[in-house]
Design a protein around this ligand. Structure first.
Ligand SMILES: [Zn+2]
Length: 255
């Protein structure tokens, strides 16, 4: 599934696709001066989306839910055996997939205006459900390739400008480990190597103050939970207490 999503991401951001999009938009601009990012048929009213698409997104994000039972690779609590709680704003529907891909495309970054209030509500819901006084909010860092291509981390960009007061944003705490990933890639893709790779996917930024508040991780899409697991293990190894994660969309397993 992750491979499929990566492929989808590559297709949507390839220069060929961008060329087609540009040509397509050029033609459409004759009919619709300010086309919606999602359907391209109607005029965008705000945040580069049209009224029906805005309504559709509202509909698909009206019920925050816990998605940890859908993701097999999430870390388990050592005491209770329960998977890490993951709060999701939506299922990864074709519309959500499209909105998130559009958002990751530089030209449609204003779509963040629609995503941010949804992320705010989901964070607020997580805070109230978990019941701690303060949290450290830690975004999953972007991969090296996507940072080079985009120059920004979409997960950080979709966070609301003003967070709920219980959250302290620590955007630089988790870092991607570049060299380990490249070296591991040369040694095949056996289970052991992959496990090692995911264990060493991230590192904790140096010279950080003592871990205090419980950590909430935040990411855009939950698939197997392997990324959240890697982030959790890295933070736990440095004494941080990861209590939950918040994602925009959760992929439903088939069958
Ligand atoms: Zn639309």
């Amino acid at each position: 599934m992750a491979g499929f999503l990566d492929a989808l991401d590559r297709v949507a951001t390839s220069s060929l696709a961008n060329g087609w999009n540009a040509a397509w938009r050029g033609m459409l601009n004759l009919l619709v001066p300010n086309p919606c990012s999602l359907c391209v048929w109607s005029d965008a009213i705000a945040h580069q989306l049209c009224e029906p698409c805005t309504q559709l997104l509202k509909e698909q994000t009206k019920q925050i839910f816990q998605a940890q039972d859908f993701a097999e690779a999430l870390p388990l609590d050592l005491v209770t055996g329960q998977p890490l709680p993951v709060f999701a704003a939506s299922f990864y529907t074709p519309e959500m997939a499209k909105v998130l891909l559009k958002f990751k495309d530089h030209q449609r970054i204003k779509v963040a205006g629609v995503l941010r209030p949804i992320v705010y509500r989901t964070l607020q819901h997580a805070i109230e459900t978990l019941g701690y006084e303060y949290y450290r909010l830690v975004p999953i860092p972007a991969s090296g390739a996507s940072m080079r291509r985009r120059g920004y981390n979409p997960v950080v960009t979709m966070l609301p400008r003003h967070l709920p007061p219980a959250l302290n944003l620590d955007a630089g705490l988790l870092k991607t480990r570049w060299h380990v990933l490249t070296r591991a890639a040369h040694h095949g893709t056996g289970v052991q190597v992959r496990r090692e790779q995911s264990r060493k996917k991230f590192r904790v930024a140096t010279r950080r103050r003592e871990p205090a508040e419980p950590v909430i991780l935040v990411d855009d899409v939950l698939t197997t939970g392997a990324t959240l697991a890697a982030g959790t293990r890295t933070l736990q190894s440095q004494g941080f207490d990861v209590v939950a994660a918040v994602v925009f969309s959760a992929v439903m397993p088939r069958g």
